[in-house]
Design a protein around this ligand. Structure first.
Ligand SMILES: NC(=O)c1ccc[n+]([C@@H]2O[C@H](COP(=O)([O-])OP(=O)(O)OC[C@H]3O[C@@H](n4cnc5c(N)ncnc54)[C@H](OP(=O)(O)O)[C@@H]3O)[C@@H](O)[C@H]2O)c1
Length: 302
């Protein structure tokens, strides 16, 4: 067995062209950890920001050699540390959060806490499963901040995006009356999720979930005393008019993720893969996502 594996990193971040594929040593899982052979790693906006040096620029990354890329993954358990009862061969998915790390999911393998991952149900392939963790949990955890809707009116901006699409469905499950704000071409998708649709919202919503990162413009759509939930930690719009401003910071949660994967396998949540590309083509995938307009995720295959 090889003693090294391939992974995509940035040394001096500077956008897609600064991404390198390097060989790093295989690590054995410690107590409570598993090693996963990765089948797919979704490309998310946060990865583009790491590769561009956004978080380095804010002083949030302090890596002496290189910074790992990628949050989402799905794959197969190939080794388990002490205290783990997941058998080798289990199909799993999960996310690693944060920016300041020398490893990521854009890799052939990953060592991760078993509590942070979930089994992928038999009816769901690993590529589709790789698109679920970060944005499914972001949506679920955002809705924890807003609470149950009890029939109140929620506007979801960026409703055709990854976070927004999940919020549209999960919010209806929690009793919100949902309208999605998206591009004109996204109408069929948003209405297909059972929500109302608009390309231009007027103010007065009980709550706004800001998957489209409209920030102050999104806050302006909330009624006095309403709720706003943003997706940019460290950049929450200033509260005004008695509005409660929340910002989600997605965290791994294996139990919750298992529910989201089951809901994807059953078709309750959409499985949205735009394209599967080899890990070697990570830079072109990043360039394509940066242009905007992509629906569904690029999934990197190591
Ligand atoms: N805080 C956290 O823990 C956390 C977790 C997950 C994601 N996020 C953040 O959440 C944001 C969304 O992520 P994502 O993966 O859902 O991105 P995404 O899939 O690109 O979705 C964003 C959507 O918003 C749409 N949009 C943007 N401006 C719009 C406008 N003015 N009107 C209508 N639609 C508009 C985009 O359309 P076009 O493509 O046509 O522009 C796109 O469909 C990112 O900034 C991401 O980093 C944060």
């Amino acid at each position: 067995m090889s003693t090294t594996f391939r992974t995509a990193v940035v040394r001096t971040p500077g956008g897609p062209d600064s991404i390198e594929i390097i060989d790093v040593p295989v690590v054995e899982p410690g107590p409570g950890q598993v090693r996963v052979e990765i089948a797919g790693a979704a490309v998310n906006p946060v990865d583009l920001a790491v590769a561009a040096g956004v978080f380095h620029g804010r002083g949030l990354v302090d890596q002496p050699h290189h910074t790992g890329l990628g949050w989402d993954f799905a794959g197969t358990v190939v080794a388990a540390g002490p205290g783990v009862d997941l058998p080798v061969g289990s199909r799993v998915a999960g996310l690693v959060d944060g920016f300041d790390r020398d490893f990521g999911t854009y890799a052939e393998q990953l060592v991760v806490a078993a509590a942070d991952i979930a089994l992928v149900p038999a009816g769901l392939d690993l590529i589709a499963a790789a698109t679920v963790p970060t944005n499914g949990l972001a949506a679920a955890q955002l809705l924890d901040l807003l609470g149950d809707g009890d029939g109140r009116r929620l506007l979801v901006t960026g409703a055709a995006g990854a976070v927004g699409g999940y919020v549209v469905t999960l919010a209806q499950d929690r009793g919100w009356q949902v309208t999605g704000l998206a591009r004109a071409r996204d109408e069929e998708f948003v209405r297909g999720l059972g929500a109302g649709f608009t390309t231009r919202a007027t103010p007065g919503w009980d709550a706004v979930a800001d998957g489209g990162v409209l920030q102050e413009q999104g806050l302006a759509l909330v009624r006095d005393g309403g709720l706003f939930a943003g997706v940019q930690p460290g950049a929450a719009p200033a509260a005004e008019r008695g509005i409660t401003v929340h910002v989600v910071l997605t965290r791994p949660d294996g139990a919750r993720l298992a529910q989201l994967l089951d809901a994807t396998a059953s078709g309750h949540l959409p499985a949205r893969v735009h394209a599967v590309v080899p890990l070697d083509q990570v830079a072109s995938a990043h360039r394509a996502v940066a242009k905007g307009g992509v629906r569904g995720r690029y999934v990197l295959q190591p």
